[in-house]
Write a protein that binds this ligand. Structure first.
Ligand code: ADP
Length: 630
């Protein structure tokens, strides 16, 4: 539910003046207030929820500077450029700067010329910077310390960075200055850890209670294909469908470096503009792919999870996972890179049971290399199991994600996931089928894997079956009319429902719940995912949905042409200014401009996302382009 919050008038005035936004998003007002009132806090907002505005606004109200700790240089650079375009003085300090650039930044900070300074954690805790912070705090000029991507502080989270642990040291040198931590992904355990590690306290001394935003992203459509058939083909079809709907980028997450390259090659062969991205490529290639994707010169990036934190392209229209992600947190964050502009976008997850086995190997290997504690390994395996359950359970995806983050989901049908869109086919004879499969597991003495059990049920005449004498079992050929893929999907669902479990060498074993099903004391619903192709053609016929922030009316043909023309203009301005296009205007703002067709600067200022500084810098050129339509 999106409820507007009452905000301090000077806060609203600043947000309107600098960014041209006419309202704050949920929790933004309260988060901004924390810093203005010098209080500690933890703010949990989903990706795209507008965390940056929460720490960028207080300096405009208090006149003091905010220090922001941020983990990635690319992220800092883009943010500084973006702010400068709004006429907001900001700078970044990180290892990518020359010594004289860093000196100049520090001099500007001392001289009171900066409102915001973004800083890498390891840099922030060096003695020189700490004494500078102490100096600013003493002089009453340090307004707040903000920690972005705060989950990096916790080993229970999915992006642990040891250097974040030292950030607490900043508190000792800046007594009385509030510290606010921000993250998109935090289970209660990670939240507690952040509060504890940073020593975040209310005025009265008790630990802060986190402000947790609305995790649902209504503009995202989630689809899970729990049995990958041909990954490249399924992804290629989804990219094709994305292009038919309009412009935008796609990110395809893969589990291994080799897979990113292989898939990018296949997608190129299918006619898509795709590149691979992973940490094994040299820095120049990686940087080039990042830039081209952000600048909308490249449509598709097949990447490992190394790609993302710094990628701020707001019109990513498809995030596909070619493999199971390692946790629901990671999934929420990666999938959350779709549709940051609030417009409709698609998240597609392809998986097969071998993905989880591969993750386990990776977790164990990395634990050996890093000497991770058994608890940390157990925590990671637990996160992985939650993700497996998410993928195989046939529960509304929006609901499952919300509930994972401890929130109730109010709707019965989200109309934006494979389950609610009816893209799964309920199996009419679920109970009987389940019993047949369980019975085949029993007859084969719980000593074989899913493939063998399914072959027995289908009546395959393989050598292994003959050798074991399984062609003489009563269950042999009992389900010969079903395909192998269908039966494998049912086995997965029995595993997900806890009726079966995997033993040594992935053999299928009974559980107590499985035994109850056999006796008819428990029931189960099995279903099958519908074909991906069919699903994507249905989707094309559906009316576009829009988040509550946007007008629901789609662009008509003339407006679409105008949109393309404004996009081209945006691109050339972005190139002149050496910034990514979304920094000039987001797609959402361009669409609004096409609908509103302002004729002068004043009318243009009424469009969401248009601030005075932008009107001054390039408003004329947009107005000119718009006037060609009259
Ligand atoms: P996060 O860091 O939480 O992922 P961002 O700070 O990048 O999200 O914000 C996502 C998008 O939402 C940006 O394009 C930003 O300009 C926009 N945004 C933020 N706050 C508002 C607001 N109050 N009204 C309209 N758009 C907003």
């Amino acid at each position: 539910m999106r409820v507007e919050e009452r905000a301090n008038p000077s806060v609203l005035e600043a947000v309107r003046r600098v960014w041209g936004f006419d309202a704050l998003r949920p929790l933004q007002a309260r988060a901004i207030e924390l810093a203005v009132e010098n209080r500690d806090g933890l703010v949990v907002l989903p990706t795209g929820g507008g965390k940056s505005l929460c720490y960028q606004t207080p300096p405009l109200v208090t006149g003091k500077v905010t220090v922001v700790l941020s983990p990635l240089i690319a992220l800092m650079r883009d943010q500084v450029r973006g702010l400068e375009l709004h006429g907001y003085p900001a700078a970044a300090l990180h290892s990518g700067l020359e010594a004289d650039e860093a000196r100049e930044t520090i001099a500007r900070l001392r001289a009171g010329e900066l409102k915001l300074i973004l800083c890498a954690p390891e840099r922030a805790v060096n003695p020189g910077f700490k004494s500078l912070l102490a100096e600013l705090a003493d002089a009453g000029r340090l307004g707040a310390i903000a920690i972005d991507e705060a989950h990096c502080i916790s080993q229970w989270g999915h992006d642990f960075r040891p250097e974040y642990r030292r950030l607490r040291e900043l508190r000792e040198v800046t007594p009385g200055v509030g510290m606010q931590a921000f993250t998109a992904t935090a289970t209660p355990r990670v939240r507690e850890d952040i509060v504890h590690q940073l020593g975040l306290r209310e005025r009265g001394g008790e630990s802060v209670v986190p402000l947790v935003g609305d995790f649902d992203r209504p503009n995202l459509t989630y689809r899970v294909r729990a049995r990958r058939t041909d990954g490249a083909e399924q992804i290629s079809a989804a990219i094709g469908a994305m292009h038919e709907r309009g412009e935008g980028g796609a990110i395809v997450y893969c589990l291994s470096r080799a897979k990113t390259e292989e898939l990018a090659g296949k997608l190129r062969a299918a006619g898509h503009d795709a590149e691979a991205y992973h940490a094994g490529l040299n820095a120049k290639v990686r940087h080039d792919v990042e830039r081209r994707f952000t600048n909308e010169q490249l449509d598709v990036v097949c990447a490992t999870v190394a790609f993302g934190m710094g990628i701020d392209r707001s019109n990513v229209r498809l995030v596909a996972h070619a493999n199971l992600p390692k946790s629901v947190e990671a999934y929420q964050q990666e999938a959350g890179r779709a549709g940051r502009d609030g417009l409709e976008a698609e998240c597609m997850l392809l998986t097969s049971p071998s993905d989880a086995a591969r993750w386990r190997q990776l977790i164990e290997r990395s634990a050996e290399e890093t000497g991770a504690t058994p608890e940390s390994v157990a925590a990671q395996v637990g996160l992985l199991q939650e993700m497996q359950r998410f993928a195989t359970a046939l529960v509304c995806r929006h609901r499952a994600l919300c509930e994972h983050f401890g929130q109730a989901f109010p709707k019965d049908n989200c109309a934006a996931c494979d389950v609610c869109l009816g893209e799964t086919e309920p199996e009419p004879e679920s109970q009987r089928l389940a019993q047949m499969i369980l019975s085949a597991v029993a007859r084969t003495q719980q000593g074989y894997g899913a493939g063998h059990v399914v072959d027995v049920l289908r009546g395959s005449r393989g050598e292994k079956i003959a050798r074991a004498g399984h062609d003489r079992l009563s269950v042999f050929g009992l389900l010969s009319e079903r395909t192998r893929g269908e039966l494998m999907a049912f086995v997965d669902q029995l595993l997900a429902a806890g009726a079966l479990e995997l033993g040594e060498f992935k053999t299928l074993r009974f559980t107590a719940h499985g035994a109850a099903l056999m006796r008819g004391e428990a029931t189960i619903r099995l279903a099958l995912p519908m074909g991906t192709r069919q699903a994507s053609s249905e989707r094309r016929e559906r009316a576009p949905r829009a988040s509550s922030e946007l007008e629901a009316r789609p662009l008509d043909a003339d407006e679409k042409r105008l949109f393309e023309s404004l996009r081209a203009l945006r691109k050339s301005i972005a190139e002149e200014l050496a910034v990514p296009p979304y920094v000039v205007f987001s797609d959402a703002t361009l669409r609004e401009l096409c609908r509103a067709k302002p004729r002068d600067a004043r009318a243009m200022l009424r469009v969401k996302g248009v601030g005075p500084k932008k009107v001054e810098s390039f408003g004329e050129r947009f107005l000119e382009r718009l006037s060609e339509q009259f």
